[in-house]
Design a protein. Structure first.
Length: 358
């Protein structure tokens, strides 16, 4: 076996620092544990529903393969693209996929994909783990699977940031191809302003970043120690209420399956990104801004500020919801997306081609 060398020693020391400082990480607002004897309302839920949807791969501009799933006719008059958040995958839209298929039928094609480094998509280089690149990935998906016709984009958390990044970089697509935007539990500016980054700005996380950058293989091997730092922060932020054990296992499974290097490589961009220039680009479009008022990651005040910059937006406050609002209160989110799509359809010259526009 080869010696670790200097990089390996630094990486190992970083992991050791993380483990040794574990007690210094504080996580607030952890939801109460599920009460004994309470019925698990999602015990029979088929959370693998998307596995049966037709799939394909889209190649990003730097060669990273992006896993895509589609529901609905390829020639549907409208396409809605869903973009998931940090440490999740396309399955995080599970309830919306199931509920909206029943409502929209053949009138809408729904497209879901895994962001780079997440789910079934390819492993990116560290330098490509930026919000700007995610915007270009979204553009690649739209061009590949919906080259014609109107499109509505809906993003959660980092997915909403991806939409804003696309708008900043490809403004000509908005108001022409893109006719509506849904921004769920997201922000136009980096998380260093408020929310999650208050839990991330500490020497423990800095040591973990150093370990990942100097010896990613070592850190991946020590993923239990790494997750002991990052996972409790994200887990505590997931829900504001007492959710079913099956739902908790489902969301934690997505987190646990996300590569440690992906988790850390996106942290800097999440903290520092600024897509506020995108807001004027989408200001004339029907928009949805939705957030839970118990969201530790994206304080509701940030959603209020973003909605104020979007005169045609509907602002939805979901009482007691945490960051995974689309899983915690699925009907509220599904209803809001349905209203957004109806507004976008009614707003366009193609309204007569879509059967449910108002």
């Amino acid at each position: 076996m080869k010696p670790f060398g200097k990089a390996g020693l630094i990486g190992g020391a970083g992991v050791a620092t993380v483990v040794g400082a574990l007690a210094g990480v504080s996580v607030a607002h952890r939801p109460a544990p599920t009460r004994r004897g309470r019925r698990d309302r999602h015990a029979r839920e088929d959370f693998g529903l998307m596995d049966a949807d037709r799939g394909s791969l889209v190649t990003a501009d730097d060669g990273v393969p992006l896993a895509v799933r589609e529901v609905g006719p390829a020639d549907a008059p409208l396409t809605v693209v869903f973009v998931h958040g940090y440490c999740l995958r396309m399955d995080s839209w599970h309830f919306q996929r199931r509920q909206l298929e029943r409502r929209w039928g053949s009138e809408v094609r729904m497209v879901f994909y895994d962001q780079r480094g997440h789910g079934r998509s390819g492993t990116p280089s560290p330098e490509s783990c930026t919000i700007g690149q995610l915007g270009r990935d979204l553009d690649a998906v739209v061009r590949a699977v919906a080259p014609d016709g109107p499109v509505v984009l809906v993003g959660h958390s980092m997915g909403g940031m991806s939409i804003l990044a696309m708008a900043r970089q490809m403004p000509e697509q908005f108001g022409t191809r893109v006719v509506g935007v849904g921004l769920v539990a997201t922000a136009a500016e980096g998380l260093n302003k408020a929310g999650l980054s208050r839990n991330l700005r500490n020497p423990v996380i800095d040591a973990f970043r150093l370990a990942v950058r100097t010896a990613p293989g070592m850190v991946q091997f020590g993923r239990g120690a790494a997750r002991a730092i990052i996972s409790p922060i994200l887990r505590a932020a997931s829900y504001g209420t007492d959710v079913s054990p099956s739902l908790t296992r489902f969301s934690e499974g997505m987190l646990n399956e996300t590569s440690v290097t992906t988790i850390v490589n996106f942290l800097k961009s999440l903290e520092l990104h600024d897509e506020s220039e995108a807001l004027p680009v989408i200001a004339d479009l029907p928009a949805l801004v939705l957030c839970g008022d118990a969201d530790m990651v994206i304080p509701f005040a940030q959603s209020e500020a973003m909605a104020a910059a979007l005169p045609r937006s509907e602002l939805v406050r979901v009482v007691s919801a945490g960051h995974l609002v689309q899983l915690e209160f699925p009907i509220r989110v599904t209803d809001a997306i349905d209203r957004l799509v109806n507004r976008a359809v009614a707003d366009g010259e193609y309204a007569d081609r879509v059967g449910f526009g108002g």
